[in-house]
Design a protein around this ligand. Structure first.
Ligand code: GCO
Length: 431
């Protein structure tokens, strides 16, 4: 077996988000988030699961961090719950909410684990959704306001920030397909939300610089693989449309200050309203791009396939099956995505901020899972990442999704992504 050498400065970590692990949904002044409302509404999450208690990380945080320490994870990427800090989305911050993250940071640093902090991982205050949410331009200022409170409280210790995690998911699963909170099915709102997510990213980066905070700030995109199902022109065109919606719609504005015109021509009246100066704000330099990669799909033309007229089918590289999410496994896809960004967007500084898989874990009588398939998955993707570095991509770190099994959005507690198993009835963590 060959050993792969990564650059000396390459960083390694594990990731999680606030709503997926914290629980304590209505404690210490936390406000209702769109995910609370969504999960409390029947038929929105499989088996009626919700994250009210979840892993109870809010109360077990020191033990959880001690476990991370035991495993020697050098970095921990965690999310901040917007509605814990700004219960109604506006006005004064909830100091008890900020206290929690303050303690979490102290605990991490005490254990020698470096923090990487995400400001938005899909849990907007419901009070803002009641006023139109991400489709309302005012929310971009509310987000920057929230960010400023967080920077002020934690900016002395956190030097590695992300504004949004996967704005495509927040915009399109939240506002077009309704699969995620707030559960709206309206492409016009989805495109408007995408524009406002980018705009609030820009406003936040600007504020971070103006107020003189130190460290790196960037955006995290989910860039999964897309391959045409055949070389027929209709399949190639469908692939291009899906690629434009998931990749160019976000990469072009942040790196080039423009939207993909071909996509906008195709979606016609669903185009977002853009004000003068928006594109400059969105395009201002950020320090890095975070890339989340899990899987690859084959794309074919399908007249019944929604606005894009496209159908996606999971693709697995030869010899690989599918994960518990029914996602195809394609380790080369990670390499392709990293090189695609390098080649088309001026070789920005990159981190792989999420990669991992849900596997049908079978515990033994002690609750222990022999994680062969997860190890195999991660190893192969690291191989692809390593090749991308050798071919010149400026990749600086890798974060596994996820440190613990956790609430997997509309699928509830079914799929298990954790490096550590969680027994959901006892909440016992099993490394
Ligand atoms: C994402 C999110 C995570 C998910 C993970 C598995 O990338 O979708 O950041 O919250 O849980 O990706 O679906």
């Amino acid at each position: 077996m060959t050993t792969l050498k990564f650059p000396e400065t390459f960083i390694w970590g594990v990731a999680a988000s606030a709503y997926q692990i914290e629980g304590a949904w209505n404690e210490d002044g936390r406000g209702e988030s769109i995910w609370d409302r969504f999960a409390h509404t029947p038929y929105h999450v499989l088996h009626g699961d919700n994250a009210d208690t979840d892993l109870d990380h809010y109360h077990r945080m020191p033990e959880d961090i001690a476990l991370m320490k035991q495993f020697g994870f050098p970095y921990y990427r965690f999310g901040i719950s917007w509605s814990r800090v700004m219960p109604t989305g506006a006005g004064n911050p909830n100091l008890k909410g900020l206290d929690f993250y303050d303690l979490l940071l102290d605990e991490l640093l005490k254990q020698g684990i470096q923090p990487k902090t995400t400001l938005y991982h899909w849990d907007m205050p419901q009070a803002l959704q009641d006023k139109g949410g991400r489709a309302n331009r005012d929310t971009t200022d509310r987000f920057a306001e929230y960010a400023s409170h967080v920077f002020e409280r934690l900016g002395d210790r956190v030097t590695f920030w992300s504004t949004h995690n996967e704005p495509w998911v927040a915009a399109f699963l939240g506002y077009a397909t309704g699969l995620h909170a707030p559960g709206i099915c309206d492409y016009s709102q989805a495109y408007q939300a995408a524009h406002h997510l980018l705009l609030s990213h820009g406003k936040t980066v600007q504020l971070f610089r103006q107020d003189g905070y130190k460290g790196e700030i960037g955006l995290i995109l989910n860039l999964n693989g897309l391959l045409p199902a055949s070389d027929k022109q209709e399949d190639l065109d469908a692939t291009q449309r899906v690629h434009d919606e998931t990749h160019a719609l976000f990469l072009d504005p942040v790196f080039k200050g423009e939207y993909p015109q071909k996509l906008f021509d195709f979606i016609g009246s669903h185009q977002p309203k853009i004000h003068e100066g928006d594109m400059e704000l969105i395009q201002q330099p950020m320090d890095y791009l975070g890339l989340n990669y899990y899987n690859t799909d084959l794309v074919s033309f399908d007249v019944f396939g929604g606005l894009n007229k496209a159908r996606l089918t999971p693709y697995s590289a030869p010899g690989w099956g599918r994960t518990d999410m029914n996602w195809g496994i394609d380790p080369d896809g990670l390499k392709r995505e990293l090189l695609y960004v390098k080649e088309n967007y001026g070789s920005p500084k990159l981190y792989v901020t999420e990669n991992g898989c849900a596997t049908p874990d079978t515990p033994d009588e002690n609750g222990f899972v022999n994680d062969i398939s997860r190890i195999h998955y991660i190893k192969s993707h690291l191989q692809g990442l390593h090749e991308a570095i050798q071919q010149g991509a400026d990749v600086n770190g890798y974060f596994v999704w996820s440190v613990f099994d956790n609430f997997e959005w509309e699928r509830g507690y079914g799929p298990r992504f954790g490096l550590m198993r969680v027994e959901y009835d006892t909440l016992r963590r099993i490394p």
